[in-house]
Ligand binder design. Structure first.
Ligand code: PGA
Ligand code: ZN
Length: 430
């Protein structure tokens, strides 16, 4: 049982210099904690609504003063003095207060900031690490009992960026490094840094490009096409002294929703239909050591996702981001239709911790893998690392191995590793 004494919020800036929300929750016990929420750019249509001020004279309309005012005003007024037996009780109350299906009235950024700040404050009150509290929330354990912790997530780390995070110079959004045989977080990060540095040298030689990076810190030279991007990734793995596909594999976020128009995928000069797009993904899998494919088809191309899964399932994870939007109803549909076998979980796509936990449990109940993911607009807050450990993520996707808003999460994972000595999860054989 925790009683909220006070909720406050502040408009702060994210890693793209855009406003976002930071909320602070003070409990009756005196425990206090703040949380900052991230923001996406390559967003799915079914995401909960991030409330923006739409005042063109301020931050091009992206200000968050209304969301902040909702925390300081309506949410504080309704929730302070109230006692909540569990996270779900607070989140349920906020959903009822908001009263819309997509959190459009109070704003998912306001609601999530409060949801997470409460969780962190309760962890302080219980005098346990945040990752343990997240594990307890997922398992529905309260009081003095604790859910067991098993593993640390395997990081999948952005090497090259394209799409909406890099001005669209190449359609595929991310090519990620998967340190496949590393057995510790420490080793996984060291391997990735070696590959990233080899790639940076390669980009300098091939494109005369200094180490300029995209929104999530990936290198973003003007690749001629997707295959050139993948060729260079393999070359960088070799140049760093690793065997592609054995020691270091690749994951891709095709983010194909963003080049899908009128039933066609506009990729590398072609306008592919869905069957053609699936064939292209299969071709990439045949030529490159790819072990995970995110959003290989568009978010509303539901009819073809089962076909994509039959084509590549078992060889690579069929990971849904825009398709699923961390939304339990969409995940249930994907389970029923055999559309995917892995969930990309972004808490702010759905807007409360309780609904995200429901999404995670649902994916697990179907035997799916779960990747816990950051957004392209991040902050220095590192609660995501605790979430990925507490919810036993198979992977964590934070962006590149540069830029402090990304490194804050990796460094937190290193600290959790040192504290818990948990092993790194094995690469899933799908
Ligand atoms: P976003 O992109 O945070 O800009 O939505 C991340 C992703 O597509 O995985
Ligand atoms: Zn994605």
């Amino acid at each position: 049982m925790s009683t909220i004494r006070k909720l406050t919020a502040l408009e702060i800036l994210d890693s793209r210099g855009r406003p976002t929300v930071q909320a602070t929750c003070t409990l009756g016990s005196g425990a206090v904690a703040a949380v900052s929420v991230p923001s996406g750019a390559s967003t799915g249509a079914a995401e909960a609504l991030e409330l923006r001020d739409r005042d063109p004279k301020r931050y091009h309309g992206l200000g968050c003063r209304q969301a902040v005012a909702h925390v300081n005003g309506e949410l504080n007024d309704a929730l302070s003095g109230e006692e909540f037996a569990a996270q779900s009780a607070l989140d349920g109350t906020m959903l009822a207060l908001d009263g819309t299906p997509n959190k459009a009235r109070l704003g998912a950024n306001a609601i999530l900031a409060v949801s997470l700040a409460f969780a962190r404050a309760v962890a302080v009150e219980r005098q346990i690490p945040l990752y343990q509290h997240f594990a307890d929330i997922l398992a529905g354990v309260t009081g003095d009992a604790h859910a067991p912790l098993a593993t640390l997530p395997r990081p999948t780390i952005n090497l090259f960026s394209g799409g909406k995070h890099a001005g669209g110079q190449v359609p595929i959004q991310d090519v990620l490094v998967v340190p496949a045989v590393a057995t510790t977080m420490d080793e996984a990060l060291e391997t990735t840094v070696a590959v990233f540095q080899a790639a940076a040298e390669l980009m300098q030689r091939k494109y005369q490009m200094r180490m300029l990076t995209a929104d999530e810190g990936g290198l973003a030279p003007p690749f001629a096409n997707a295959a050139a991007m993948l060729d260079d990734a393999v070359e960088a793995i070799r140049a760093a002294g690793y065997t592609p596909g054995q020691e270091v594999a690749l994951a891709i976020d095709v983010a194909s929703t963003h080049f899908y128009e009128h039933g066609r995928y506009h990729l590398d000069g072609a306008a592919l239909d869905s069957v053609g797009m699936i064939a292209r993904v299969e071709e990439w899998l045949a030529n490159y050591p790819i072990v995970s494919v995110e959003d290989g088809l568009a978010e509303d191309d539901w009819g073809h996702w089962p076909r994509l899964r039959s084509a590549i399932g078992g060889k690579a994870l069929v990971l849904g981001d825009d398709l699923l939007c961390t939304n339990p109803a969409r995940i249930q549909r994907a389970i029923n239709e055999g559309a995917a076998d892995a969930l990309l979980l972004k808490v702010n796509q759905i807007g409360t911790l309780t609904e995200a936990a429901q999404a995670c449990r649902l994916a697990r109940s179907a035997g799916w893998r779960v990747t816990i993911s950051a957004r392209s607009g991040e902050t220095e807050d590192h609660w995501l690392a605790d979430l990925a450990v507490g919810w036993a993520g198979d992977q964590i996707k934070v962006g590149s191995i540069t830029q402090s808003e990304r490194l804050a999460k990796y460094n937190r994972l290193l600290a959790i590793e040192a504290e818990t000595h948990l092993p790194l999860v094995g690469w899933p054989t799908p």
